[in-house]
Ligand binder design. Structure first.
Ligand SMILES: C[S@@+](CC[C@H](N)C(=O)[O-])C[C@H]1O[C@@H](n2cnc3c(N)ncnc32)[C@H](O)[C@@H]1O
Length: 324
């Protein structure tokens, strides 16, 4: 496994200096995204709108809009179901009684895509293999109408309480939290209908929230994350029943954490990549199978959300694991 790098250029140097980036990131973006690189950078500088996801376990759309509008908030429906843009925010949208009562979750529009792409059904068994703080766990539970089971996996002890608090706040009654490394879950013998892996990543797609990522994430971080992601993506797949579906997502723009991880999975296991309704084609990269381009990318300048990657993969045929 290697991290791609490209020769420096005048343009890369200029953009890096102008916007305070490590040139390594900019020259890679220029290679992957060409002329849109500066649009991406500018979108991060200007900031991304805030979004909420309604919790239909507790309130309907009309009821929520009426309550928030009466407090002076203005909300706009987005192209993503259940997701609203916060257009006017007289005070923090995370400080209302409706928030505390779990009527909505403050989460990016892109973050709503993985649970929707997974399409969990009431009564199914669903694993969320990297769960905290629970934006997607509680969305899965909502889409399942609180029926069936969501197994929420989180290895970091300090991240358990926020996950549990959000599950309680949102009234998600069908969730079991387990404090274990996701790589150990297949050995527990779980066979799920669906698995979500919203993987730990470098977060190159959330520079607007954390500008330190302009300079703090280098080759070593990409290598570390992509190697963990490769182990986790196999674990996620191995938790699936035959015919089951998994979704792999990250909030990173690097192909090493995205297209290459899905390609690696398809090398090792029998899966097919399926279409997703939202977003733009994944990158076509040398050596990566064509079907990986069915995965979806989300960009701050095109979709007004965090940089995100989402792939939906179905387990097919005889998927006996090859020895690692
Ligand atoms: C991107 S965050 C998940 C966000 C969450 N899905 C949500 O929507 O609120 C990634 C999570 O993976 C967890 N994680 C890190 N290493 C892991 C591992 N080996 N197995 C499972 N989860 C892991 C991190 O602690 C972190 O909570």
């Amino acid at each position: 496994m290697k991290v791609l790098d490209f020769p420096s250029s005048k343009k890369a140097k200029e953009l890096a200096v102008k916007y305070g980036y490590d040139e390594f990131i900019v020259r890679r973006w220029l290679h992957f995204f060409g002329d849109e690189t500066e649009d991406i950078i500018r979108a991060f500088e200007e900031g991304i709108p805030k979004y909420i996801r309604i919790n239909t376990l507790k309130i309907d759309e009309k009821g929520l809009l009426e309550r928030l509008e009466s407090r002076g908030f203005k909300l706009k429906k987005t192209e993503v179901p259940y997701c609203f843009e916060v257009v006017e925010e007289p005070y923090s949208i995370g400080a209302t009684p409706e928030y505390l009562m779990g009527y909505y979750y403050v989460m990016d529009k892109s973050s709503c895509i993985p649970p929707l792409a997974l399409e969990p059904k009431p009564g199914e068994v669903v694993v969320d293999l990297a769960a905290s703080p629970g934006g997607k766990t509680t969305f899965l539970s909502m889409l399942m109408e609180n029926k069936g089971a969501v197994i929420a996996v989180e290895p970091q002890k300090e991240r358990l309480q926020p996950l549990i608090d959000n599950i309680n706040r949102m009234g998600a009654m069908n969730v079991a939290v387990i404090n274990v490394d996701g790589r150990r879950v297949p050995a527990m013998g779980i066979k799920a209908d669906r698995v979500l892996l919203d993987a730990p990543c470098t977060g190159e797609g959330i520079i607007h929230k954390d500008p330190s990522r302009k300079t703090d994430r280098g080759k070593e971080d990409i290598l570390f994350c992509s190697s963990l992601q490769r182990e986790l993506v196999l674990a996620a797949f191995d938790c699936l029943k035959e015919g089951g579906v998994m979704v792999y997502s990250t909030c990173s723009l690097t192909p090493e954490e995205n297209e290459f991880v899905v390609d690696f999975l398809l090398e090792r296991r029998k899966g097919v990549v399926e279409e997703i309704e939202w977003g733009d084609e994944a990158l076509a990269l040398p050596g990566v199978k064509n079907e990986v381009s069915k995965a979806r990318r989300f960009y701050p300048h095109r979709h007004q959300c965090s940089g995100f990657f989402v792939a939906r993969i179905r387990k097919v045929g005889d998927s006996k694991a090859k020895p690692e």
